[in-house]
Ligand binder design. Structure first.
Ligand SMILES: [Zn+2]
Length: 509
């Protein structure tokens, strides 16, 4: 938004330059593969035509590459299928089937290069089991494996570690305990987007992994010393497996700060659902920040907010309020009022960043203060505060009039917000490969009037090429949503569930 003039000039200069620079040569291309960003995919450019190195194709599409230089032959090999191509010819063998490329395979610098159009072609997508698209405007290649297994999610609860795995309708599962300390679940017909493993710092589960084999996948779990028993259940909408591994002893409570009104609120009502207010920044006439490639902040914010709401609704501990459900204009005050009227327990406002410096990247989390933690934080707050196009003096008046918070309450709200923000930074950092810019403070109007602990998250910079490409990718956004969700769980554990457990055990005595 701040940048419109500057961006136009840059684009103009770039096009001018591009006319001169249209020449053949080795170059690099950014790609988002299964939600992960690859900054430098080796390509060869001949005029308008792009070619990917065989090595890059193998890496992106999960195939082994065999290169027979003398014969000029390239073979890609997957678990149960292969693809053969020859340098200088348009011939391709897909198993038994022969097809022809529009342009032949090139040899450059001792390497084979495949025409990009071939990778985007339906025949190749069906064969490899990937959907590929190239955004000519943004110049980003996006590749997603066609999978019927989601990426496993894990969340630590006071008494257990919970794992959740989304399954396609055709996948059947079969749990088996292979040996002491190891649990496996066979997923017949299951195809993950990628085989991977995760290391956890949980006393019940050391690590787990998802491995693809022929016609099935395995989810293995390496149990920790504290693991006592486990429970597997299936849930619907979306269809998913839930595995709970219970600990022998409940996780020790994190050190508590002074007693807070925010968790006292639920005392005596330990079964009470917690209310999470999710605010998708901007909307309607107010687009928010604009990406270098034209991405609108309001759209990304809304997608993330909705996905987060959907995930929270899968758990019975939470109720969810979305301040806006669609592309609608909403003032900052309306957002706050909605959350207060609904009596929210926690508030998060979701945004994307922008900067004139295109090298700036990463996520940051803010909580309220009169004084910004640094000049850049102050600039972010100015930008977000201006978004509602409200008369800020009138708004200031409103706040004074409805200043429901005593100064003690306000200090405590800010303290709680910093705890909540700190946990959010930690959990996001564990799940998302974005630069961590940390926890900051500034004077945001959308946080000011809330009665509940409130933070504002800037997911990434739309003005940064890689951040913008990632934020456009649904799989990447899923990881962001998992990170925010885990932050909410972490806060709940520290402030509500521990407290509920403590007060219920105290009342039993
Ligand atoms: Zn914003």
């Amino acid at each position: 938004m701040l940048l419109c003039g500057g961006v136009r000039i840059l684009v103009f200069l770039f096009l001018q330059g591009a006319g001169v620079l249209f020449a053949a040569g080795l170059s690099q291309l950014p790609a988002v593969v299964n939600g992960e960003y690859l900054e430098k995919v080796q390509i060869y450019e001949a005029g308008r035509h792009k070619y990917l190195s065989a090595e890059a194709v193998g890496k992106i599409y999960g195939a082994r590459v065999y290169w027979y230089q003398v014969a000029g032959r390239v073979v890609f090999s997957w678990e149960n299928r292969r693809l053969e191509l020859w340098v200088g010819t348009p011939r391709v063998l897909m198993g038994e089937k022969e097809i022809r490329l529009g342009r032949p395979v090139l040899l450059r610098g001792g390497q084979a290069y495949l025409p990009l159009e071939f990778l985007l072609h339906r025949d190749f997508s069906d064969w490899a089991g990937y959907d590929s698209s190239y955004d000519f405007g943004r110049e980003v290649l996006t590749v997603d494996r066609r999978s019927n297994l989601g990426s496993p999610r894990y969340f630590s609860y006071p008494d257990r570690l919970r794992m959740a795995l989304e399954l396609g309708p055709e996948v059947s599962y079969h749990p088996l305990r292979r040996a002491r300390g190891r649990l496996e679940i066979l997923l017949m017909g299951g195809v993950p987007s990628k085989s991977r493993q995760w290391r956890l710092e949980d006393p019940a589960v050391h690590s787990f992994g998802l491995v693809e084999q022929k016609r099935l996948s395995r989810l293995w779990i390496s149990l920790g010393k504290e693991a006592m028993r486990w429970e597997l259940q299936e849930k619907r909408n979306p269809r998913r497996l839930i595995l709970d591994v219970y600990r022998r002893t409940a996780a020790s409570a994190a050190p508590q700060t002074s007693p807070s009104v925010f968790f006292q609120k639920g005392e005596g009502k330990s079964n009470q659902k917690r209310r999470i207010a999710i605010d998708a920044g901007h909307g309607g006439r107010d687009g928010g920040a604009v990406g270098r490639r034209g991405t609108l902040e309001k759209d990304i914010n809304l997608r993330v907010a909705r996905d987060l709401a959907e995930l929270l609704r899968q758990e019975d501990q939470f109720e969810v309020l979305l301040t806006r459900r669609k592309d609608a204009t909403l003032s900052l005050l309306e957002r706050t009022r909605k959350a207060n009227r609904w009596d929210a327990d926690l508030f998060i406002s979701i945004h994307c960043n922008a900067a004139t410096d295109s090298a700036m990247s990463g996520f940051e989390v803010y909580y309220l203060s009169e004084q910004a933690s640094d000049p850049r934080a102050a600039a972010v707050a100015r930008f977000e505060n201006a978004s509602g196009r409200e008369d800020l003096k009138a708004l200031e008046k409103e706040f004074k009039a409805l200043e429901i918070l005593s100064s003690m309450h306000l200090t405590e709200k800010i303290n709680e917000s910093s705890v909540w923000g700190g946990l959010l930074v930690r959990e996001l950092q564990m799940r998302v490969d974005l630069a961590k810019r940390g926890l900051k403070q500034a004077h945001f109007y959308v946080l000011r009037g809330n009665r509940s602990p409130s933070v504002l998250v800037e997911l990434g910079f739309l003005t940064h090429a890689a951040d913008e490409a990632k934020l456009q990718n649904p799989r990447f956004r899923k990881k962001l949503v998992d990170g925010i969700y885990a932050g909410i769980i972490a806060y709940s554990q520290r402030r509500w569930w521990e407290q509920a457990a403590l007060s219920s055990s105290a009342s039993k005595k």
